[in-house]
Design a protein around this ligand. Structure first.
Ligand SMILES: C[S@@+](CC[C@H](N)C(=O)[O-])C[C@H]1O[C@@H](n2cnc3c(N)ncnc32)[C@H](O)[C@@H]1O
Length: 275
């Protein structure tokens, strides 16, 4: 991986030469800076605007109303403009940067965006499954309180298997309570994706890096990582988190496991990778 990006890039290295780059940039412009076929796995959790406009119709908490204000407009972060046109541009760039032989893609969706945008993933990738993330505890919602999100898993052409055929498509990890960054996801969620799809020294990419949960998962899987976020706050938060994790081997933003003590997650089951 060789990236020469803007000055708004934070660089780290760990584990004898594995590299991490976090860039402050719009996701599409960032992907345009990357070489063709330079990434093995994309794991990402976009900030969809659709969910929030739907929630504004009810009384749900929206991203722009978090008490601790992150930007001058009183919002923590900008939402990605999730029109079909913009999403197609994003997917085309994802396909271009993903390698043909190894490229796997995991994109998170809420219920609204899965219905409005999820079908577009099939235009550019081989969609293999829709994984359900069961957050164990209920959140907000008027018509059945929300307890899940979705993850589309797709490959760049019919290229390779996941690590083992025994992995289920419902993943139970507790949501992060009192997160320092709104919408911070459990590191275990990204670990599950990487355990299934990454090998040591693979290059992992997250174009909506937020607080850096996916970067921490990449470090735990001995991978290179390149990520971006449009928000300065996100870049600062994830940079501090990565630096701390590299130095002390501890995650300052997620101190407790999100996995359930009574359930073994895949990487604890000791499955040998299939040939
Ligand atoms: C749902 S959050 C990601 C949270 C992250 N997975 C975590 O665990 O912390 C989505 C992120 O997308 C960022 N974002 C919004 N619009 C963007 C854009 N056009 N390009 C890149 N990042 C964007 C937001 O600033 C926000 O940090």
């Amino acid at each position: 991986m060789d990236v020469s990006l803007s000055t708004e890039t934070r660089h780290f290295s760990y584990g004898g030469g594995r590299r991490i780059h976090i860039v402050q940039e719009d996701c599409i412009r960032f992907l345009q800076l990357l070489d063709d076929a330079s990434v093995d796995v994309i794991v990402t959790d976009p900030a969809y605007s659709g969910m929030n406009s739907q929630l504004q119709l009810g009384h749900g908490r929206i991203v722009g109303q978090y008490k601790d204000k992150g930007t001058a407009e009183g919002k923590w972060f900008t939402e990605f403009e999730d029109s079909e046109e913009n999403y197609v541009r994003f997917l085309k760039e994802c396909r271009r940067v993903l390698k043909k032989e190894t490229g796997h893609l995991y994109i998170m969706f809420d219920s609204f965006s899965l219905l409005s945008l999820g079908h577009l993933v099939r235009l550019y990738f081989d969609v293999k499954n829709v994984i359900t993330w069961d957050k164990v505890n209920m959140g907000m919602g008027h018509y059945f309180r929300r307890r899940h999100e979705f993850i589309i898993f797709a490959t760049n052409g019919n290229n390779r298997n996941i690590r083992h055929r025994s992995f289920p498509d419902v993943w139970r990890f507790k949501r992060i309570h009192n997160a320092r960054y709104p919408t911070q996801k459990p590191v275990e969620l990204f670990q599950a994706m990487l355990y299934a799809s990454a090998q040591e020294n693979f290059t992992v990419c997250d174009p909506f890096v937020g607080s850096g949960s996916s970067a921490i998962a990449a470090i735990k899987h001995n991978c290179h990582f390149i990520g971006c976020d449009i928000s300065r706050k996100a870049v600062d938060t994830s940079a501090e988190r990565i630096a701390h994790h590299i130095k002390y081997g501890q995650d300052p933003l997620q101190t407790k496991p999100a996995s359930l003590p009574e359930e073994k997650v895949f990487w604890e089951r000791g499955r040998k990778p299939r040939k």
